[in-house]
Design a protein around this ligand. Structure first.
Ligand SMILES: Cc1ncc(COP(=O)(O)O)c(C=O)c1O
Length: 456
């Protein structure tokens, strides 16, 4: 049985929680710089120990705050971007486009043109239509349009070059995770099916068009606590590389097995130690390559497992209310000053989190009460139950601060303005303990900046 990762989730002391709430308000995303840097170093070292020369790519959809992108890049990650917006975020963070990989199942021509002009390092190809668009762009002698050139600070006369291409493969493995975050099975919008020969045809079409294709990619799903799907996915793309060498003389230079390693949202989640995980996927990728002479750069593309545990969300309890639920039973709601607009995951996926009292408003009473069940609710006009039946101190009171652990991934990047709520600020707890706001709270001016009220 592989070893579990130890519980290393970042959490706030009462003093720090009170200081943060006072200085920056709530709800508030808080990220630990030392946790984030430490986790990336740990993951890279584990990967390099079994695959020297391997590259870690940070999936920026997990958290594309510019400071996070910069830290990930400083720690040696390439950056996976899934839209022009994410690419622009990376560029704004000072990351060279050549260190960015562009993803997406439906990339538009203007988006691809922007990526070419910016000079992204790699495009992960997802469809036959995209191959034709790439070929059209690669054949074009045109320099980037003045608009694109200006946006990315390039001289307008610079010619464009086709980035390296990697073919995204749907390897037909069915991961054990929520169906909304599983992507490796046959029935998926992502990539080229392996079993029906689409992946091979995609390679041949790229070669026929003279496009600079360098390898294969798969990403089979997210929050995977059982690594079997990634193991099988890695083995499948390596087998494809071996087959393409034998059948077509194609020499694979890059194999990317995607992300997906799970994290500890609650104590019921028991993610694998990253050393064991890396060994497992690398062994799976190496086996089919043995004796072929192929020696591709191995890549992984984690998001959540690099940043989730470095973050917490701080809320203030507003209303505590006990209601009858029938047959003499009751439920106690603790409403907090955020909700599905800052964390849509419970509503989207039924995600569970660890919720702790971070600090009590009544500092005079030192005694800690026993635990009681609470349902932590948000402020939104849905059944905005954030965290159902969590254990919290029985004397939880209005004004207390709650911290929700493991919110560094897919929270700020998925936040919305539903019910016209302002998106929270993010504060980075620096390695020296100082507090650096890295995203300020949205303002009402920004909230209404896009509105056009015609003469009605
Ligand atoms: C193509 C791709 N790579 C990497 C990731 C990162 O996944 P995770 O955050 O679970 O590691 C995702 C997540 O959706 C993805 O779609």
């Amino acid at each position: 049985m592989p070893a579990s990762a130890r519980d290393a989730r970042f959490r706030l002391s009462p003093d720090l929680a009170l200081t943060l709430a006072e200085q920056f308000g709530t709800p508030l995303y808080v990220l630990s710089e030392s946790h984030l840097r430490g986790r990336i170093r740990e993951y890279r070292a584990a990967f390099r120990a079994v695959a020297p020369g391997s590259r870690l790519v940070f999936a920026s959809k997990a958290n594309s705050t510019l400071a996070v992108l910069k830290i990930a890049h400083q720690e040696g990650c390439l950056i996976d971007v899934a839209s022009e917006g994410e690419l622009r975020a990376a560029l704004l963070a000072g990351i060279p486009a050549s260190d960015c990989h562009l993803h997406g199942n439906y990339k538009t021509m203007p988006e691809l043109a922007f990526a070419f002009a910016a000079g992204v390092g790699e495009i992960v190809v997802d469809s036959f239509a995209e191959i034709e668009m790439l070929s059209e762009l690669a054949r074009s002698e045109a320099p980037p349009s003045a608009m694109v050139a200006k946006a990315i600070g390039l001289p307008a006369e610079e010619p464009v070059r086709c980035p390296d291409l990697v073919i995204r493969v749907a390897p037909g493995v069915d991961p054990a995770t929520h169906q909304k975050i599983s992507t490796g099975q046959d029935d998926t919008k992502f990539g080229f099916n392996l079993a029906d020969g689409s992946a091979e045809r995609a390679l041949l079409r790229c070669l026929e068009l003279g496009l600079p294709v360098v390898g294969f990619h798969c990403h089979v799903g997210s929050q995977l606590l059982d690594p079997e799907a990634q193991r099988a996915g890695g083995e499948a793309i390596a087998q494809l590389a071996a087959d393409m060498l034998r059948r077509h003389g194609f020499e694979t230079k890059v194999l990317n097995v995607g992300g997906g390693l799970g994290v500890r949202y609650t104590d019921a989640d028991d993610p694998m130690a990253v050393e064991d995980y890396c060994r497992l996927v690398v062994e799976a990728m190496r086996a089919p390559l043995e004796g072929t002479g192929l020696d591709p750069v191995l890549m992984q593309e984690p998001g959540r497992s690099l940043v989730a545990e470095a973050g917490v969300t701080l809320y203030r309890v507003g209303v505590v209310k006990t209601v009858p639920t029938g047959e003499g039973r009751t439920r106690t709601y603790a409403s907090v000053d955020g909700g599905l607009s800052d964390n849509p995951r419970p509503a989207l996926y039924g995600s569970r989190y660890t919720v702790l009292r971070a600090a009590r408003v009544d500092q005079s009473d030192e005694g800690e009460a026993g635990a009681a069940k609470f349902t932590v609710a948000g402020r939104h006009c849905e059944t905005d139950k954030l965290f159902v039946d969590v254990d919290l101190p029985a004397d939880l009171a209005e004004g207390d601060l709650l911290q929700v652990l493991c919110t560094g991934a897919y929270n700020s990047s998925m936040a919305s303005n539903y019910n016209r709520f302002l998106r929270p600020a993010t504060v980075l707890v620096r390695e020296d303990g100082s507090l650096a706001p890295v995203q300020r709270r949205e303002t009402y001016d920004e909230l209404f900046a896009r509105e056009i009220l015609p003469a009605l």
